[in-house]
Write a protein that binds this ligand. Structure first.
Ligand SMILES: [Mn+2]
Length: 404
């Protein structure tokens, strides 16, 4: 029996792990083990968490007679860092130890969504494990070796040699569907997540088709993805539930209204930012014999209004998209501030690798505390402000060498 929303060889290969996650969730509910979902505060992270939540809620209602008990057994919290931060871990462990003492609760099942596979997450995960929490990591970022040993279950497409066919929201939609076949619009959650994370795979196309069958256009999907990104940004580390559930359900009464209410003002903010980007970016055309390539540099300290939307990554991403679309040549865009650089590169630039940049910087500037990650062509690094000039020089040389 095929329980997947779509047909995919990659998904077949992930089946065993998908089912393991589904079983672990059902098991936790059955044995009254609290569930905590920690997810990245971006569209894909929210998509993954909300998909799982749709599957978890009906089971929790069945398992607990009193509604007020529910809040003790399920929590969902956004994470502002693209990893499971030590600070978040300290808070989570403190809270569940209090619940354990006060209410004799079991140690929780912690599901870490769209974050958790990089080195920076290991200490936090180990801390929670040390106090007997169970850990499931669902993430599509390249996994660190150690994480495979530390997590109880790791769901990561790289382990089946698929590097960008899935994002977290897509995988979580499939898990939710295994747990409960009656959840509405899971294909929409998957498509919104895929759009937000720029997944272009065959799998993504199938979710898109499922949406189209229900009269949902790609435009509806992109607008929802951007609205959710905006919500996530404005909410920060605060939890908000009902509006997010509405945003992820195109059939809900408030969905259209919410989207309408926010999309105009978001578009306005994006348009203004793109104007600033185009006016103030440093744009270099590098030409060899055949093909011209473009290097775009944005000074994020000066080109953005404080912490206003769009977020840094989006500011860089929208510029990258615009330059690719209008010039139809390979582009690398960087956005820098005093202690960080965000990167985007056209995928056809094979030599570009953020991991390689990090290694190069760590090797050449041992005192700069260079750290970071992401995917090969999209990610960011951080370093101490004192090292800025050195870091920038090495990054410029790296990019110019590749683009020549
Ligand atoms: Mn993601």
């Amino acid at each position: 029996m095929n329980k997947c929303l779509i047909k995919s060889n990659n998904l077949e290969k992930l089946q065993t792990v998908l089912h393991k996650v589904a079983e672990a969730i059902k098991e936790a509910i059955k044995e009254k083990r609290p569930i905590l979902i920690r997810h990245h505060a971006d569209t894909d992270g929210y998509a993954g968490a909300i998909a799982l939540q749709q599957a978890i809620m009906p089971l929790l209602y069945k398992a607990h007679a009193r509604e007020r008990d529910m809040q003790h057994y399920y929590t969902r919290l956004p994470s502002l860092t693209p990893y499971y931060d030590n600070q978040d871990a300290l808070r989570d462990v403190t809270n569940f130890l209090i619940d354990k003492k006060q209410f004799q609760h079991k140690e929780p099942l912690i599901i870490i969504c769209d974050i958790g596979t990089t080195k920076q997450s290991i200490t936090g995960i180990k801390l929670a494990k040390n106090y007997d929490a169970k850990i499931i990591v669902i993430d599509h970022h390249p996994p660190d070796k150690e994480i495979q040993e530390v997590a109880d279950i790791l769901l990561n497409p790289h382990l089946i040699k698929s590097d960008y066919d899935f994002c977290t929201g897509m995988m979580c939609a499939e898990i939710a569907n295994i747990i409960n076949q009656d959840i509405e619009a899971l294909y929409f959650i998957a498509a919104v997540a895929g759009y937000a994370d720029k997944v272009k795979s065959e799998e993504y196309m199938q979710y898109l088709e499922l949406c189209k069958d229900k009269g949902i256009t790609e435009d509806d999907i992109s607008t929802a993805a951007i609205c959710i990104d905006y919500f996530g940004y404005e909410l920060g580390n605060k939890e908000s539930n009902d509006m997010l559930v509405d945003l992820f359900n195109p059939d809900s009464a408030n969905h259209k209204q919410l989207i309408k209410l926010f999309s105009d003002s978001i578009n306005e903010k994006m348009k203004k930012q793109l104007e600033s980007n185009l006016f103030y970016a440093k744009i270099t055309h590098l030409q060899n014999t055949m093909l011209s390539k473009i290097y775009v540099e944005l000074d994020l300290e000066k080109i953005k209004k404080g912490n206003e939307y769009p977020r840094r990554g989006k500011c860089v991403g929208m510029m990258q998209d615009y330059m690719q679309r209008t010039n139809k040549v390979p582009v690398i865009t960087i956005g820098y501030s005093k202690d960080a650089i965000t990167f985007r590169s056209s995928t056809e630039i094979q030599e570009f690798s953020i991991d390689e940049i990090i290694k190069l910087l760590q090797q050449k500037l041992p005192g700069a505390q260079v750290d970071g990650g992401g995917h090969r062509v999209a990610g960011s690094i951080s370093f101490i402000p004192q090292a800025f000039d050195d870091v920038k020089k090495i990054v410029d040389e790296y990019v110019e060498k590749i683009l020549k």
